[in-house]
Design a protein. Structure first.
Length: 195
């Protein structure tokens, strides 16, 4: 025979019962909330605290007794985790909902009307010519080349001979060894290092 319950579960409202049943069946709910909802539903159906703990997958009825007392005081908020020590929470339910909504938002950038700095950064993924037009940049080979580290490939109209591409600049000639210049000597074609 079990002891008399000090704080029996109060009668559930229809909205609370519906919420507890949905939480107990939910596949995408936190596991601790599901266990608490199952325990509360078992107690509401007349089970003892020990039997409710077994139904919910727990060992002790003492935790169920504490959960029932908390549910009587706070309602459905008893399903949520409590503060477990440490610094107090810096945001409430409104901020939490906003953070979760932002987290669930699909990735991607919103289109901007301002021209972007680089054709590849923030522009749509299409041909570089059309993306540079959309970004407000003129359609020039230097804008299509990205950062300019490599020369731009000739465009289709240049390959067809419609206009002559600009010549690629040649690198500057290599300078002679500075040590030889300061000494007034000249390096011969065979000697690269002064001796």
């Amino acid at each position: 025979m079990s002891r008399r319950q000090k704080d029996p579960l109060r009668p559930l409202t229809p909205a609370e019962r519906t919420t507890l049943e949905q939480t107990a069946r939910a596949q995408r709910e936190r596991a601790d909330r599901v266990v608490r909802a199952k325990a509360l539903l078992a107690v509401a159906s007349g089970a003892t605290y020990t039997a409710a703990a077994t139904v919910a997958g727990r060992r002790s009825g003492d935790g169920v007794a504490q959960l029932v007392a908390r549910f009587n005081r706070h309602g459905l908020a008893a399903l949520d985790r409590r503060q477990g020590g440490g610094a107090p929470r810096q945001y409430g339910p409104v901020e939490r909902a906003r953070i979760l909504a932002e987290f669930r938002r699909p990735p991607g950038r919103e289109p901007s009307s301002a021209p972007c700095a680089e054709p590849r950064m923030g522009c749509p993924r299409s041909a570089s010519r059309s993306s540079s037009r959309r970004c407000g940049k003129p359609d020039t080979p230097s804008n299509r080349a990205g950062r300019g580290a490599t020369p731009a490939a000739p465009s289709a109209s240049a390959r067809m001979g419609r206009y002559a591409p600009s010549p690629t600049p040649s690198p500057p000639p290599k300078r002679a060894d500075r040590a030889c210049l300061s000494a007034g000597r000249s390096l011969g074609p065979a000697r690269l290092v002064p001796g």
